[in-house]
Design a protein around this ligand. Structure first.
Ligand SMILES: NC(=O)c1ccc[n+]([C@@H]2O[C@H](COP(=O)([O-])OP(=O)(O)OC[C@H]3O[C@@H](n4cnc5c(N)ncnc54)[C@H](O)[C@@H]3O)[C@@H](O)[C@H]2O)c1
Length: 267
C-alpha cells in the first residue's frame, strides 16, 4: 500500500450508512483507518459500522444530521473520544430532488441547499477547528467533499442539484486556499462522481422518466452511458478508491482540486 496506507488515521464519513459513503467507509478501513460513520439513518449506520468492524477495523456510529451545527460538535467530539483523533473528514451526505425548472419547488430546493451546501460547509468549519494546530485533534488532515459530475455538465431535471454540487466545488477551493494560507495543515479536495447505481442514482433514473424526458429507465441510463467515453457506469468502489487516494499521503501535495471519477463524461 505504501503511500496509500492510512494506518493510524481517524476518519468521519457523513452519509456513510449506505451507497457511496458506505463504500468510502469500507475502503478507508481497508486502507488502515479507524472510521466513524455519521448519518441520520441510525439502524443502517450502526449495521454498516458493525459490518466493517468484522474485518478487524475500529469503527463506530454517531447520529449526525449535517444541517445541524450542534450535531457536528457532538459528532467530532465522539470521533476524537472513540477513535483517538480526527484526521479525515469525508463530506459525502447529500440529497437529490429531481425537477424540471418549470416544476421546481422552493421547499425542495431549500432542502438541497441545506444538506448539500450548508452541511458540507459546516463540516469543513468544524473539521478545520478541530484539526488545525491547537484544535481538539490538532494534527492537520484531509477533507474530501463529494460533488458530482452534475457540477461539470448540463443534464436535464437536475438544475437545483447541479447548482448545489457546483457550490461544493467552489467551497472546496476556497476552503483549501484558507486552510493552506492560514497554516491549518489540512488539504481540501472534492470528487465529481458520475452516475452510480445507488438508491439515489437509481431514483434519479426513474425520476427523469416520470418527468417525461426518457421512455424508460433503461433509455435514461443508456443516455448517460452514451455520454461516457468509457461506456459504462462507475461503481461505488471507483468513488471510494479516489477518496482513499485524496486522503492519503500519495496526495500530500494536492489541495483545492476537483477529481472527476465519471468515465470521462464530464470531459
Ligand atoms: N449516486 C450517484 O449517482 C451520485 C453521483 C454523483 C454524486 N453523488 C453524491 O454522492 C453522495 C452519496 O450519494 P449516494 O448515491 O450514496 O446516496 P444515497 O441516497 O444512497 O445515500 C446517502 C446517504 O446520506 C445520508 N443522509 C442524507 N441526508 C443526510 C443528512 N442531513 N445528514 C446526514 N446524513 C444524511 C442518507 O441517510 C444516506 O445514508 C451524495 O453527496 C451525492 O450527491 C451521487
Amino acid at each position: 500500500m505504501g503511500q496509500f496506507d492510512l494506518t493510524g488515521r481517524k476518519a468521519l464519513v457523513t452519509g456513510g450508512a449506505q451507497g457511496i459513503g458506505a463504500a468510502i467507509a469500507q475502503a478507508l478501513a481497508k486502507a488502515g483507518a479507524a472510521v466513524m460513520i455519521g448519518d441520520i439513518a441510525e439502524a443502517n449506520g450502526r449495521s454498516m459500522a458493525a459490518e466493517i468492524a468484522k474485518s478487524g477495523a475500529k469503527t463506530s456510529f454517531t447520529r449526525l444530521d449535517v444541517t445541524d451545527e450542534a450535531a457536528w460538535g457532538t459528532a467530532i467530539a465522539a470521533t476524537i473520544r472513540e477513535l483517538g483523533g480526527f484526521d479525515i473528514l469525508v463530506n459525502n451526505a447529500g440529497i437529490e430532488v429531481t425537477a424540471l425548472v418549470v416544476d421546481i419547488e422552493a421547499s425542495s430546493l431549500r432542502k438541497m441547499l441545506d444538506v448539500n451546501i450548508v452541511g458540507a460547509l459546516l463540516g469543513m468549519k468544524h473539521a478545520f477547528r478541530a484539526m488545525r494546530p491547537g484544535g481538539a485533534a490538532g494534527k492537520g488532515g484531509a477533507v474530501v467533499n463529494i460533488s458530482s459530475v452534475a457540477a461539470t455538465i448540463a443534464f436535464p431535471a437536475i438544475a437545483g442539484y447541479s447548482a448545489t454540487k457546483s457550490a461544493v466545488d467552489r467551497l472546496t477551493r476556497v476552503g483549501a486556499a484558507e486552510a493552506g494560507k492560514l497554516g491549518y495543515g489540512v488539504r481540501v479536495n472534492c470528487i465529481y462522481p458520475g452516475l452510480v447505481a445507488t438508491e439515489m442514482g437509481l431514483k434519479l433514473a426513474t425520476d427523469v422518466v416520470t418527468a417525461g424526458l426518457f421512455p424508460s429507465v433503461e433509455a435514461a441510463i443508456g443516455d448517460v452511458i452514451g455520454l461516457t467515453p468509457l461506456g459504462k457506469l462507475g461503481d461505488v468502489e471507483d468513488m471510494a478508491n479516489a477518496a482513499v487516494f485524496l486522503c492519503s499521503d500519495a496526495a500530500k501535495f494536492i489541495t483545492g482540486i476537483g477529481l472527476p471519477v465519471d468515465g470521462g463524461m464530464g470531459s
